[in-house]
Design a protein. Structure first.
Length: 331
């Protein structure tokens, strides 16, 4: 007879970016290949609780869940899952994990490893209840600027950049839309059209010369941005994912891609500070830490700062033979 066991989850958000953090052992995972294999096993396991944790309690179908193994303090491993399974870790996921682990007394860690990535974090006391979290962003590279696209009755230019994922950067005003919650459906529909129109443009960069590591994927994310009125170096930004969903909080990868495009236009200097706001009322500060030019291809290095909040804490009693992997909520 196998015994039930307790698990503890923490819900965290940094600047509106939500994540549910689960601390538990990750089998294998000593190198990148075995860590990816561990992710697949965790997701495909018939008794996996990941699917339930995305929905309960107070979750939703698109809830992101991070599984973190802190058994080796010198090599803290992290795997992130969304509604489709294992996904690439965003820098903001790492900030949420660092916050959650500190909250439950698991310790403070300054580095987290996920497949192909190492995220480094620090915390600065902000006031009596909230810390400001800081993290190094992925290297970002602008691929092209001012590419013309034709969408039937709508013609405008877009930019393309790499920052972990492939991004098409769209000035919302040029596309004839304001960045607002009221336009969510219109933005998602426009993003789908833009993604289809620009999909083939990535094939020309199959030479492997990019400075930026990324997943092997043909589709891209569409990032909309517009300048904030009355604020210098301030932008509103939202991102539509590959599945067409619009995420209202700022996303770290898209911010890096936008900075790379601005750098291509000579609007960025080392030490420069920028403010990015989402549609959820949240904001992130970013500053450029370095620029690299390799064979005529500039890459940009940067970091993010945002306020971290714990929004929920739950304990579950889980039985390994439960076919539904539902668990029993204790509190």
């Amino acid at each position: 007879m196998r015994l039930s066991h307790m698990i503890h989850t923490i819900d965290v958000h940094v600047a509106g970016w939500p994540l549910r953090v689960l601390q538990c052992p990750i089998p294998e995972g000593k190198n990148e290949q075995s860590l990816r294999q561990a992710a697949r096993k965790l997701w495909d396991d018939d008794h996996s609780i990941l699917h339930w944790l995305q929905r309960e309690p107070r979750g939703h179908a698109a809830m992101r869940v991070a599984v973190v193994d802190t058994s080796d303090a010198a090599d803290v491993r992290m795997l992130v899952f969304d509604s489709e399974g294992y996904c690439r870790t965003d820098s903001l996921d790492a900030l949420c994990v660092a916050t959650g682990l500190a909250e439950i007394g698991a310790g403070t860690f300054d580095a987290f490893r996920s497949p192909g990535q190492i995220h480094r974090t620090t915390f600065t006391p902000h006031d009596s209840t909230v810390d400001e979290a800081r993290i190094e962003g992925d290297a970002a590279e602008c691929v092209a600027i001012d590419e013309e696209i034709e969408l039937g009755d709508l013609n405008f230019t877009v930019d393309r950049a790499d920052c972990g994922h492939r991004y098409v950067i769209v000035d919302a005003k040029r596309a004839g839309l304001d960045l607002s919650v009221a336009n969510k459906s219109k933005l998602e529909k426009l993003a789908a059209r833009i993604g289809q129109a620009t999909k083939g443009n990535w094939e020309e960069r199959g030479d492997g010369q990019s400075n930026v590591p990324r997943l092997a994927e043909n589709n891209c994310r569409i990032a909309f941005m517009e300048a904030s009125s009355g604020q210098e170096s301030a932008w509103r930004a939202v991102t539509c994912y590959e599945d067409g969903r619009l995420f209202r909080a700022p996303e770290a990868g898209s911010i890096g891609a936008m900075l790379a495009v601005m750098n291509k236009r000579n609007r960025v200097t080392v030490g420069g500070n920028f403010l990015f706001q989402g549609l959820s009322g949240s904001s992130l500060h970013s500053n450029v830490t370095g620029l690299l030019d390799q064979e005529g291809r500039p890459a940009l290095f940067w970091e993010l700062r945002g306020r971290a909040f714990v929004t929920g804490s739950h304990q579950f009693l889980v039985h390994p033979d439960d076919p539904l992997s539902r668990g029993f909520l204790l509190r």
